[in-house]
Design a protein around this ligand. Structure first.
Ligand code: ADP
Ligand code: ZN
Ligand code: ZN
Length: 803
């Protein structure tokens, strides 16, 4: 094999195919499929991925590979194939699909080093290159003349590793350790000497007498709730020693995890897990939909299924939505499987992510717990893929390669002949419909653990409040209930919807919302023209001055931010201590966790927040959950608005009364009669599913129809309109009569960064040729799309964000 077929790092239509390069002799055997290389391309040298090898090239003159970046292939053959599949499925460039599978550090320029992992001298010339050092620049190796094969052998033996250094060397993490300088008995003597005033010093000594081994300073101080001021005198007197130690970048490494044991399963759990375990055992591919109410013990099923996979010597991928990937969640997995678990989380630094990824690649772990992109974990022997909270839209990537992790999971599981488990208390309509049809295997768990009941939900009609003269955003009931909790020393979670989309129009008197007569979604208020527009079709109308329903003049556009609520709360209940959690207060790294910890420690009575507090919170002292404006989500210009409302209300309700104290939920709404609000308050998923399916059918939405969404943007509005119009006409002409092509329509977010945005939406059942037409469109506009600040056309074959 002397030729490498390389996909180069130039995302464009013309380069979306392999190029041939000759493999220089010194790289023979090293250049394999999945290895990244540097190749000459035009006047430049660029990075590329080797996807296959060949004896010969059909081109007469091929250039040589300049350099290899990997000694061990970065992408497995399976992932190379998966990238091709992804590229076809999402109509993205192959290169983008390969890049999306890898941690950031491998895509950018970073300093590359060789680390010697073993203490022993290396049995080759490479040893003299290290020359006693533990770390050398990769360049040193390249200039030494030692062959790649030798390096490869040491890497296979685990003696040497390639390392990417992010930024400067200072980023290497060191931690301060504390260690007693004296034996425990001597420490006891010291304890006698310390004045009883110095309480904290005594606590520290007492702890170290019990646990004389070194401990990180941070951990010690946290554990004993003290500060370095109390450590200082002990160090000065030589009782303790302080020293620096380099740590492996394991974000959870300095945590101790208590080992947990599997619970004996309840009969409901037993029934649910049995078919999962048998498909694992028999290497069968099957997709399970585990529909279990919150607290029914789904996680325990995940854990025990993963255990079986580990026992079999195989690997498991566990996906969790980004915001649910809390330390509490991680603890449950690390607690059960210890160091066999890698965690991939977007809050990790680039270096940390890479380290976790390497553990997977090196087979040091058998389980990965992570957000969306963990679906690409480079395991080679997958025995199970689990997606918790499968309905979460964060599993859909919204830029570049618009993949859905659920589809990737099913594709990988098919290759690996293993099951996929999708879990949720409120499955997506798509998944549940598949389960009803028998494409997925439905497993149902309707009971909460320990006979716990779901908290009672009370719906408050905000129209009544207004009629009674209460113009505040808090109903009287909610106010009273909050005050009662504060008086009892219990805690409250107040939930407000995502801020920013204050664009729907509602009558405060009767709750009437202006909707599109053709699409069953709320019309969007466009401030500049003072008009209402449908953001799916082209319908528009003037902003009404009075309610078409009841003629009241209190019709207006809607929305409040968390900050405003906080102020109102302060005024209404001055004694309440509130923690606000939204994008503003959690921007800084670690802020999220810190605020939650404060709340958990009882430093506030009320936790007020957006989406991000809906998930995973588990505080025993929370006995009241309030939802301030249930309608805000309901009236987003999105056909999934009802589904999202149902999911969110169910999830938020699940936050109350998780432990001994019973919980209560208050939902404020202007439309208590809306089926998604009413049925969520009764926890009736099936009924909701039936109601919602009727509407999806009537208005031709998924899961009855597929959607394709074109979004076109350009600084010039006329240009955008014109292009979108052309696309719409082209698609109309090409597709069958069974397809519905809607547009051109201004997107709900009509202008972003001074670029106008228009869209065209296709609803269809079966259009096998569609992709070909879309490709033609993209090809046609390619030059215009290359220009700086030029035309942008994105195509989403499974749109979740319809703004
Ligand atoms: P879900 O994931 O469905 O919301 P969890 O798995 O978190 O539910 O279970 C809720 C609680 O019940 C957890 O505290 C969990 O430890 C506990 N639990 C789960 N299964 C069992 C079991 N078989 N026996 C006793 N407790 C269990
Ligand atoms: Zn419409
Ligand atoms: Zn009205």
């Amino acid at each position: 094999m002397t030729i490498a077929n390389v996909i180069v790092d130039v995302p464009s239509q013309n380069t979306n195919r392999p190029f041939d390069y000759e493999i220089p002799e010194k790289y023979e055997g090293i250049v394999q499929p999945g290895v990244r290389v540097i190749v000459p391309f035009g006047p430049r040298k660029i990075m590329g991925y080797v996807i296959s090898l060949a004896e010969t090239s059909s081109f007469s003159s091929v250039k040589k590979i300049t350099d290899v970046l990997d000694v061990i292939p970065t992408l497995t053959e399976e992932l190379l194939d998966l990238g091709m599949w992804l590229s076809k499925k999402t109509l993205s460039f192959y290169i983008s699909c390969l890049q999306v599978m890898l941690p950031q550090v491998m895509k950018a320029k970073y300093r590359k080093e060789l680390w010697k992992l073993s203490e022993e001298p290396l049995a080759s010339d490479l040893d003299s290159v290290f020359d006693g050092r533990a770390v050398i620049d990769f360049e040193d190796f390249e200039q030494s003349g030692v062959s790649y094969h030798v390096l490869r052998k040491h890497m296979d033996e685990g003696e040497v590793d390639v390392h990417y250094e992010v930024k400067s060397r200072e980023t290497k993490k060191v931690t301060t350790m504390i260690e007693p300088q004296l034996q425990p008995v001597e420490l006891e003597e010291k304890l006698v000497d310390i004045s009883s005033q110095a309480k904290k010093q005594r606590v520290i000594l007492e702890y170290l007498i019990e646990h004389p081994e070194p401990i990180s300073k941070k951990q010690l101080l946290e554990k004993l709730a003290t500060t370095s001021a109390s450590l200082k005198p002990l160090i000065e007197r030589g009782v303790l020693r302080e020293y620096k130690q380099e740590v492996f970048r394991d974000p959870y490494g300095d945590r101790e995890f208590e080992r947990t044991q599997p619970f004996p399963l309840t009969s409901e759990q037993e029934t649910a897990i049995t078919p999962i375990l048998s498909t694992i055992e028999e290497n069968q591919h099957e997709v399970f939909l585990l529909h279990g109410v919150t607290g029914s013990g789904k996680t325990e099923i995940y854990l025990q299924s993963i255990q079986q996979v580990i026992d079999k010597g195989e690997e498991a991928i566990m996906l969790v939505p980004e915001i649910a990937l809390t330390p509490q969640m991680v603890e449950r997995f690390k607690g059960r499987f210890g160091s066999k678990v890698a965690v991939l989380h977007s809050a990790l630094s680039a270096g940390e992510k890479y380290d976790e990824w390497r553990k997977i690649q090196r087979k040091e772990v058998q389980v990965v717990v992570g957000a969306r992109s963990a679906i690409f974990a480079p395991f080679t022997n997958i025995g199970l893929i689990i997606i918790d909270e499968e309905h979460e839209t964060s599993y859909k990537q919204e830029d570049r390669t618009r993949y859905h992790a659920r589809d990737v999971a099913v594709e990988r599981a098919r290759t690996h002949k293993c099951p996929v488990v999708l879990g949720s208390a409120t499955p997506s309509l798509e998944s549940y419909a598949r389960a009803v049809k028998g494409n997925y295997h439905l497993l149902t768990m309707g009971k909460r653990m320990n006979e716990a009941v779901m908290p009672e939900v009370e719906l408050i009609d905000m129209r009544d409040e207004l009629h009674e003269g209460n113009r505040s955003m808090f109903s009287r009931t909610l106010k009273e209930k909050i005050e009662a909790r504060i008086a009892r020393g219990e805690q409250v979670v107040l939930f407000l919807n995502r801020r920013g989309y204050s664009t729907f129009v509602m009558c405060r008197d009767c709750g009437h919302v202006s909707e599109c007569p053709h699409c069953d979604i709320a019309l969007t208020y466009h401030k500049r023209q003072n008009r209402l527009k449908c953001h799916y079709c082209s319908h528009e109308e003037p902003m009404p001055t009075e309610c078409p329903e009841c003629e009241s003049k209190t019709i207006r556009y809607f929305g409040t931010g968390t900050q405003k609520v906080e102020e109102a709360l302060q005024e209404l209940i001055p004694e309440a201590r509130t923690i606000r959690m939204d994008v503003d207060t959690t921007r800084r790294k670690g802020a999220h966790e810190r605020l939650l910890n404060q709340f958990g420690e009882g430093k506030a009575d009320i936790l007020l927040g957006t989406q991000m507090i809906a998930k995973g919170l588990d505080f025993g002292n929370v006995t009241l959950v309030g939802v301030l404006a249930a309608d805000a989500l309901l009236n987003l210009p999105d056909f999934r608005a009802s589904e999202k409302t149902f999911q969110l209300l169910t999830q938020v309700s699940g936050r109350a009364g998780r432990h001994e104290k019973p919980g209560e939920v208050v939902v404020q709404t202007y439309t208590p009669e809306h089926y998604s609000i009413e049925l969520a308050s009764q926890y009736d998923y099936e009924q909701f599913f039936n109601e919602e399916m009727k509407l999806r059918k009537a208005f031709r939405y998924p899961p009855y129809f597929f959607l394709t969404l074109f979004t076109v943007s350009h600084p010039n509005q006329l240009k955008v309109q014109e292009v979108t119009q052309k696309i719409t006409m082209f698609m109309e002409q090409k597709l069958s009569d069974q397809a519905y092509v809607l547009g051109p329509t201004p997107s709900a977010l009509t202008r972003i960064n001074n670029r106008y945005r228009y869209q065209c939406m296709v609803k269809y059942k079966k259009e096998p040729e569609q992709r070909k037409f879309v490709e033609r469109i993209l090809h046609y506009y390619e030059d215009e799309m290359k220009q700086e600040n030029g035309l942008q056309i994105t195509v989403d074959f499974q749109p979740y964000q319809l703004m």
